[in-house]
Design a protein around this ligand. Sequence first.
Ligand code: SF4
Length: 464
Amino acid sequence: MNGKKYLIFTYGCQMNARDSETIAGILNSLGYSATEREEEADLILFNTCSVRENPERKIYGKVTELRMLKEEKPELLIGICGCMPQQEIEQERIREKHPEVDLVFGTHNISRLPQLLEQAQDGRILEVWTEGRTEESLPAQREDDLKAFVNIMYGCNNFCSYCIVPYTRGRERSREPDAILAEIQALADAGYKEITLLGQNVNSYGRGLSQEIDFAQLLGLVGEIGGIERIRFTTSHPKDVSDRLIEALATEPKLCEHLHLPLQAGSDRILSAMNRGYTSAEYLELVARIRERIPHIALTTDLIVGFPTESEEDFAQTLKMVEEVRYDSAFMFAYSPRVGTQAATLDGQVAAEVKKERLNRLIQLQNKISGQVSHEYLGKTCEILVEGASPKDPRALFGRTRTNRACIFPLPSGDPKSWRGRLVPVKITRALTWTLHGVLEEETDAKTVPKGDQRSGHSGNGSL
Ligand code: SF4
């Protein structure tokens, strides 16, 4: 395959981003190299997401657009992989309506890519496995050399009634801790500073492994790896957050003060219909316990509006919860029925215009709160992990706080690249809704930041 070029379009969550790194690693090992130009590519792959309907439509639109290019260059291979082909209905659609697609595989058989590519030279190939096994020896071409995603588990057993993931990613399975730690050690050796541990429900990590271990223990082991400065994780199901996890967040110095805690809806009736496993009161009690231990933790969330039968009163409960919890930010979506899920069969689907109007109201409220939360940083000093030059201003540096806020500050000296990967204290002087601006403080010791407090910290003196 020497000299051949590939282009991967990735949609959806971090899991897919991580899978694309593996796909790129496999292609590199076959002698392919990456390109960003469609006309140059010999292989164009779409690593797809099924969580909502709109992106699916866009993906098919984009695939169709490539027909012309394929006519000009018949040897071009077009592939669809990821979550969409895990559903039979989508396999059917690709087979019947997209003759330009040569190659289809799913989330469980990425390792078969070399063989599938060979077969695709001789004709269309569709191979999708319904069950996964954990592959440990696949290569990866990482997107970034500072921050990395590390899978700790795959799949999900929760079956929230609206969600397609248990069907596309299969049942929950944890990776062996040794394999995870070896991967992170290799990342640390290569100079990575931040890792994000990935799983659909990290709080159930360890179930089914021969070694007795839970997520909090895994975090402790990861925290011991030298060179890694920051540890993040996602996603944490509210029903499974343990006191041990809260304690780890409060005490493990490398664990960032940020917790993504999907609420989805504020009404108990809707939460029950969603099969979420908690009530709004239980969720608030959990938030109170977390904040008692880590007062300035950044909480973010996912919210769905217009779940079947959601009334104006139910929606008002979501707004109330958002006001009460005061999230740093939220991913907010209108409910999108997914064929094969229980919720798609429910009566009482909410009209599109009602969903749109509720979503607008929710976004307005959350944006207002995000702006207010941002203002709380004014005058404080935050530890920033510098990523490099600001995308909009080469004389400024860009990085993130431990709470994952974007921060921009003037380049003090030298080349922006020489600052990449450094942890520095920055005093916040201006707070926009999504971005903080500041100035570098004297680097007394950014790493002595007291755990869990970036917004209430004292200003100046490097005491954060
Ligand atoms: S926890 Fe619920 S929403 Fe999350 S992946 Fe599993 S089924 Fe989907």
